[in-house]
Design a protein around this ligand. Structure first.
Ligand code: MN3
Length: 235
């Protein structure tokens, strides 16, 4: 079974983070042999230095080419291990494989969203349907921004601030993820993800996480892409 980036993101958008990936990771390996699933590192939608001075080139290079790439490799490794278990009938590593699938799969998914959530000359405020949904849910864009920053800044250790959409109730929710996969709410779809692992900002912002998250919201966030994800999630 092949699952290219588009298909992965579609799946990622259609269900809970860990749920979709568990499904993807443990789908029956039809045919076996050559026909194995391989996740790929998506290209950045801009040059490495395009987000300067708010997101420095060196961090973007390391973050994308090394850190995100490691999650892609880890996810592919977990899928291969799952296939080996199914072939051998020895399920002794089932727990480790499930954990690796959730960690690396969620890491791959959230980074894939994160890169598209930024653009040169970003920031400002959303418009249209997204702006209406945010006002309806949080009272105003200003209130949402305060809540999103407070939530993201308060992540314990390594993790993410996330704006997610619930396809059942059509509500928006501001969430945290610890690591990549903990504190997820099953069924909610992330449409905005802000990385606050140290690797995401330490070279430029050191321990000043609040400066990184403020720079992201004021100068980098790509509301058009968040709006596109909301629209896609609704359809
Ligand atoms: Mn990261």
């Amino acid at each position: 079974m092949k699952l290219d980036r588009r298909e992965f993101l579609r799946l990622a958008g259609m269900g809970a983070v860990a749920g979709s990936l568990a499904t993807a990771g443990f789908a029956a390996p039809e045919g076996g042999g050559e026909d194995k699933m391989a996740f790929e590192l998506p290209d950045l939608p801009y040059a490495y230095d395009a987000l300067e001075p708010y997101y420095d080139e060196q961090t973007v290079r390391l973050h994308h080419d090394k850190h995100h790439a490691a999650y892609v490799a880890g996810l592919n490794g977990a899928v291969e291990q799952a296939e080996r278990m199914l072939k051998s009938g020895d399920f002794g590593h089932a727990k480790a494989v499930a954990k690796a699938t959730a960690f690396h799969g969620s890491g791959h998914m959230l980074h894939s969203i994160f890169w598209t959530n930024m653009k040169p000359g970003g920031g400002g405020e959303p418009t249209g349907e997204l702006a209406e949904a945010i006002s309806k849910q949080f009272g105003s864009f200003g209130s949402f921004k305060k809540l999103f920053l407070a939530t993201t800044n308060a992540v314990e250790g390594s993790g993410w601030g996330i704006l997610a959409f619930c396809p059942t109730t059509h509500m928006l929710a501001v969430l945290q993820a610890e690591k990549h996969e903990n504190l997820a709410v099953w069924g909610l779809m992330p449409i905005l993800a802000l990385d606050v692992w140290e690797h995401a900002c330490y070279l430029k912002y050191q321990n000043k996480r609040t400066e990184w998250t403020k720079a992201f919201m004021d100068h980098l966030v790509n509301w058009d892409e968040v709006a596109r994800r909301l629209k896609e999630a609704k359809s």
